[in-house]
Design a protein around this ligand. Structure first.
Ligand SMILES: NC(=O)c1ccc[n+]([C@@H]2O[C@H](COP(=O)([O-])OP(=O)(O)OC[C@H]3O[C@@H](n4cnc5c(N)ncnc54)[C@H](O)[C@@H]3O)[C@@H](O)[C@H]2O)c1
Ligand SMILES: [Fe+2]
Length: 380
């Protein structure tokens, strides 16, 4: 076996009604709760607001937008400073969780944001941190990553161990009201995390493989159920656990080409992160087919159980078909033109994608700028 290291995730609390437990775990002193305005309006934050606010001073920062900007992050840090926060909690999707993670780090360490972008650079202390996901997608509650949209729509990430939260709560009741299009896009994001972790070129290992496989089994088995029966709590729980396991997998075996080509679409067109992955998924996987054939063939056995007798080339092709069909059946429109992207933007998008070197190095094979342009054109 090749030597490897594996970073575990946060301590996990799974099940409904965890707000009082979170309030007990947090240290004394003021708490900054990060969320978005819709979630606050929907009442999804109420239990945490009451439990935490009942025991200490609580400041709610609810100005997080989808694909949060650097300005929003710095406003959250300012809110934390103003209330002298001793801990940070997020209730929300990847956007509030990513803001909370970096805010907790910047408040605790005093580091300068522009000096900690990239992998393994942030080494300081952060404030105690609890994350409560309300989407089953990013797995951000499990990962050491925070993604922030910076100047010119470029998405930059801080990827460092101190960003791994102290506690994560998996409460699927919070996801029961997720609209179908958010369920679909975030669910595909989680599936892409599992697939890209399983084929991650440099750091995949037996533990990340096991997590990715189990994540795919759960996600593949539940995505269409939660689209058709949004109130199915068992299926919602499987989605949330699957997204979490995929997050643990790609924390250790990082994502690659699909994400690298998805990010420019999110940054320049403000399309939801999961949707941008769905748009590029089949095209990047087809590009990777030769290099990743055996791994795709192994994953096909989870997604298309009756393919076992076929050769690896046929099984790998079936995996790509099945993933595309899953994205289509979940109701997503899968051409770039369906989302306001013009055909002649392909060169610009390709140029932007080349900036995602931290992701491209994990792809099973090279994606050059001209490959990327061709893949955007194919996705149009
Ligand atoms: N840190 C990581 O490891 C990581 C991984 C992948 C993606 N990301 C980042 O995460 C962000 C995307 O996060 P996301 O896909 O979870 O979406 P999001 O947090 O942006 O939320 C999307 C929308 O769904 C709504 N919503 C969330 N939960 C809801 C619920 N339970 N009921 C009703 N509405 C709800 C929100 O109000 C928002 O309008 C992007 O910025 C992406 O780059 C981070
Ligand atoms: Fe993602």
């Amino acid at each position: 076996m090749r030597p490897f290291t594996f970073n575990p995730g946060p301590r996990l609390l799974a099940g409904a009604d965890q707000a009082a437990s979170v309030a007990e775990l947090l240290p004394e002193g003021p708490c900054l709760l990060v969320t978005d305005a819709d979630l606050l309006r929907l009442g999804l934050v109420d239990a945490y607001r009451d439990a935490i606010g009942g025991t200490r001073a609580l400041t709610i920062f609810d100005s997080v937008e989808a694909d949060p900007s650097k300005e929003t992050l710095l406003e959250a840090v300012e809110a934390g400073r103003a209330c002298d926060a001793a801990s940070v909690v997020a209730v929300g999707g990847g956007s509030p969780m990513d803001v909370a993670k970096l805010a907790a780090y910047l408040l605790g360490s005093g580091d300068n944001l522009d000096e900690i972008w990239g992998v393994g650079v942030a080494k300081g202390r952060r404030l105690p941190l609890a994350l409560v996901p309300t989407t089953a997608g990013t797995g951000s509650e499990a990962t050491p990553i925070s993604v922030i949209t910076c100047e010119g729509g470029v998405k930059l990430a801080v990827n460092s161990a101190p960003l791994i939260a102290d506690w994560a709560v998996l409460d699927a009741t919070l996801t029961l009201g997720l609209p179908a299009h958010v369920t679909a896009a975030t669910g595909i994001d989680a599936i892409v995390h599992a697939v890209e972790a399983y084929t991650s070129a440099r750091l995949k290992n037996p533990l990340s493989d096991a997590l990715a496989r189990e994540a795919l089994r759960l996600l593949n088995g539940s995505l269409l159920t939660v689209i058709e029966q949004p109130q199915d709590l068992e299926a919602r729980s499987a989605m949330l656990l699957g997204a979490h396991l995929a997050g643990l997998a790609f924390s250790n075996a990082p994502v690659a080409g699909v994400h690298a080509l998805a990010y420019p679409l999110g940054g320049l067109h403000h399309l939801p992160h999961g949707l941008t992955n769905a748009l590029m998924l089949r095209h990047v996987l087809a590009h990777n087919l030769e290099a990743a054939r055996d791994h795709y063939a192994q994953l096909a056995e989870i997604l298309v159980p009756d393919c076992a007798g076929q050769g690896s080339q046929a099984r790998a092709a079936l995996l790509i078909e099945r993933l595309d069909q899953l994205a289509r059946s979940s109701g997503l429109a899968l051409r770039l033109r369906d989302h306001g992207v013009a055909f002649d933007e392909a060169p610009t998008l390709a140029r932007e994608a080349m900036k995602q070197t931290r992701l491209l190095v994990n792809n099973p094979c090279e994606i050059s700028e001209s490959d990327a342009q061709r893949l955007y054109e194919a996705a149009w």
